[in-house]
Write a protein that binds this ligand. Structure first.
Ligand code: DGY
Length: 322
């Protein structure tokens, strides 16, 4: 390694405490304007750095990895998802890649609960009425939604976030069903019911929450054929990645009334989402804020820094994914 503190390109504005630790231990190149860098800007700013600390907003496809300066030895992501990085290309170029698991599970499960409740109880429709001064009356037929208490919740991807969501859902007396690559150990599963295929799980889901990573295998996992297997009037929520959902199929099911509602925090092609969602009154839409709490954003930054610290002191980073 070169003399002096390692140079780190920090692609987005990070919480003050995280930037303070970076400034103390590294030679950071900050982005105080929080500007989203283009591919070319990212590459030019990376000239000569030892590390990059990016978010999921920067894409590191094989072409970008290939074009990175040879000085870059680690990409320490400020995110648990790393589908924005071609890990095989990074591995081939000898670049270490890390992520930030665990620390955002509570915050993301909170947003999944908010989406389930918001979608089922028509929260954004109601809020818009009140704000627009269009709330005229109360009647037994007004703004009737779907009750969540006591219903069946299906979880696809029973990792850290899925398991926290299952715990929270039990507070609403929901019965938890799940599909995962492998069944959980008995203690972690508690009373959750394992299904060995997505197809087997879906008919048991009054509510369905997606928590699997975005990979080639899970791309458009929720498609028209699978939506057809859900009970009528089911509610679908997604806090994982937009790529898991076939937007055309989901929008068609929300329009036809096959599904009662959807709650979405993540989308294909963010922030230019499929326009079909925008005028659907039964879609409750949030702008990818699953991990957006003060506590979690600090914890994500510190976790990314722990990975950098390990790497630059010759230890194995805890969260190495490549
Ligand atoms: C994550 O950490 O993957 C969140 O989606 C924010 O990037």
């Amino acid at each position: 390694m070169r003399e002096g503190k390692p140079e780190v390109l920090v692609t987005r504005k990070l919480p003050p405490a995280v930037e303070a630790r970076l400034a103390q231990d590294y030679a950071p190149r900050f982005n105080p304007e929080d500007k989203l860098y283009s591919r070319d800007e990212l590459l030019s700013r990376a000239a000569g750095v030892d590390a990059i600390l990016p978010c999921h907003t920067e894409r590191f496809g094989a072409d970008v990895i290939e074009a990175l300066p040879a000085s870059v030895r680690i990409i320490a992501n400020f995110s648990v998802g790393y589908d924005h990085v071609d890990v095989a290309a990074a591995r081939d170029k000898g670049i270490t890649v890390t992520n930030t698991p665990d620390v955002l599970s509570d915050a993301t499960a909170e947003i999944a609960m908010l989406l389930m409740l918001g979608a089922a109880r028509r929260a954004s429709e109601g809020e818009r009425l009140v704000r627009a001064a269009e709330w005229r009356d109360w009647s037994p037929a007004f703004m009737v939604g779907i009750q969540m208490t006591g219903k069946r919740l299906g979880i696809i991807g029973m990792g850290r976030v899925g398991q926290v969501l299952a715990k929270r859902a039990r507070g609403f007396e929901m019965t938890v069903h799940y599909h995962n690559r492998r069944p959980l150990a008995a203690e972690a599963a508690a009373d959750a019911i394992f299904h060995d295929s997505v197809e087997d799980l879906l008919p048991h889901c009054d509510f369905l929450s997606l928590h699997c990573p975005a990979t080639e295998e899970t791309r458009h996992l929720l498609n028209a054929a699978r939506i057809a297997l859900l009970p009528d009037d089911a509610v679908v929520v997604n806090t994982a990645r937009g790529a898991i959902v076939d937007d055309d199929a989901l929008i068609a099911a929300l329009r036809s009334g096959k599904l009662a509602a959807a709650g979405l925090d993540v989308f294909n092609n963010e922030p230019d989402i499929h326009p079909g969602y925008r005028d659907l009154s039964n879609a409750f839409l949030l702008p990818h804020i699953g991990s957006a709490t003060r506590e979690t954003r600090d914890a994500m930054g510190f976790r990314a820094l722990d990975n950098l610290d390990a790497f630059f002191t010759g230890r194995e980073p805890d969260d190495r994914v490549a």
